[in-house]
Design a protein around this ligand. Structure first.
Ligand code: FEO
Length: 382
């Protein structure tokens, strides 16, 4: 695939991986992107997951047309991009590997002392390939500390590592935002502050094309994608709406959650409902960040929270959830505790508004519960 006359796509689709990064379902697979710039000097950008080494090496060989690559630029050392470095160096032993000091620290931990020809670059340093010129823009913690973007100054192409990536193989026709958002919040979400710093650096560049390490190459309407990244990384809600996330054993807590959803919809609110024991947790996290309000509903279990709720709240905390309004529905047949415990998770999170009205379901939804749910709905739509 051609990005421009001299910049080629040599990445691969993976449609068979069961869990990306060992935990995320990817119903439409994922792509491990890799690029080649053909010039007086030839540079390859990133390798691929070891599941696809042979396919990738064959793609690279096809675009090289018998030539040898001069540089292998390492944007990111996570194994979905770096696992084929050793196979590449075996095939092209004269190549110079380009990275920063942290890149090589991590690379040697994975591969040992295999880097004979290396070029250690500094922030802002440039490397000429002939007509093309690479400028290295460090992007620490987007998503690992060694991450660096490369800006190609002639054709104005930004190689953006994980940033602007999405789940989904490249032969899937689906909108960018849904799977890019799920990818962003679950994988990079904790590092909003560092994403913001890099976006500021990127704002100073004239960018025509973004080449991420996952998902499609972006070559039009770039302000849309950069705008989404700006909202996500600043932890601002993207849409007005409510996520109701529940953990229920026999369906009574679920019933309360569904009734609240109905009341909110009657008020014209956009509502998403997640059954935490059954849904894709990554999707629930995505929706929690997408909307401005969150209601969590959990049964009390062994004097604590039901495990699915505990897991959801731990994920939210780990991803720096903030700037939202939250409310709670608890359930318990003799000593309901889940309201207090859920509320405790939000202590210390930034700029969280807690709605004081706590709905307590005593085993099952009854008339008094319905009245309480109405009161909570009224608070939420205020
Ligand atoms: Fe796609 Fe952080 O690796």
């Amino acid at each position: 695939m051609q990005i421009t006359n001299e910049i080629k796509y040599v990445g691969v689709n993976d449609r068979t991986i069961d869990l990306f990064e060992g935990q995320y379902v990817v119903p439409n697979g994922v792509s491990y992107n890799s690029y080649v710039i053909i010039d007086d000097k030839i540079a390859v950008f990133d390798t691929v997951d070891k599941r696809k080494t042979e396919d990738w090496l064959s793609n690279v060989e096809n675009v090289l047309g018998g030539k040898k690559p001069d540089y292998l630029v390492i944007s990111h050392m996570e194994p979905d991009h770096s696992a084929s470095i050793d196979a590449f160096l075996k095939k092209y032993p004269s190549v110079t590997v380009v990275g920063n000091e942290k890149t090589f620290n991590i690379a040697e931990r994975f591969f040992g002392d295999i880097f004979k020809n290396k070029l250690v670059v500094k922030e802002g340093e440039e490397l000429s390939l002939g007509k093309h010129n690479l400028k290295f823009v460090f992007a620490p913690m987007v998503h690992w500390p060694e991450v660096m973007f490369t800006y190609e100054t002639t054709e104005k192409v930004l190689f953006s590592a994980d940033a602007f990536g999405k789940f989904g193989a490249l032969d899937v026709d689906e909108e960018w935002a849904c799977e890019a958002r799920r990818y962003y919040f679950n994988i990079v979400g904790k590092y909003g502050a560092t994403v913001q710093s890099v976006l500021k650096k990127a704002a100073a560049l004239d960018i025509k094309i973004i080449c991420p390490l996952h998902g499609p190459v972006l070559n039009e309407n770039l302000e849309y994608y950069i705008g989404k990244y700006n909202i996500w990384s600043s932890y601002q809600p993207e849409d007005k709406g409510v996520l109701i996330a529940y953990a229920s054993i026999y369906g009574n807590t679920a019933k309360a959650a569904e009734q609240l959803a109905e009341l909110l919809r009657e008020n014209g609110e956009k509502v998403a409902v997640a059954d935490l024991a059954r849904c894709d947790m990554a999707e629930a996290i995505e929706d929690a960040f997408r909307y401005d309000r969150l209601v969590t509903a959990s049964v009390t279990y062994d004097g604590g929270l039901f495990p699915a709720m505990e897991s959801f709240l731990s994920h939210l905390k780990a991803k720096n959830y903030q700037n939202r309004t939250v409310a709670f529905i608890e359930n318990g047949s003799w000593a309901p505790m889940s309201g207090k415990l859920m509320r405790g998770f939000f202590d210390g999170m930034k700029n969280i508004t807690v709605i004081d009205k706590l709905v307590t379901v005593k085993s099952a939804v009854k008339d008094d519960t319905k009245e309480e749910l109405k009161q909570l709905a009224a608070e939420l739509v205020k």
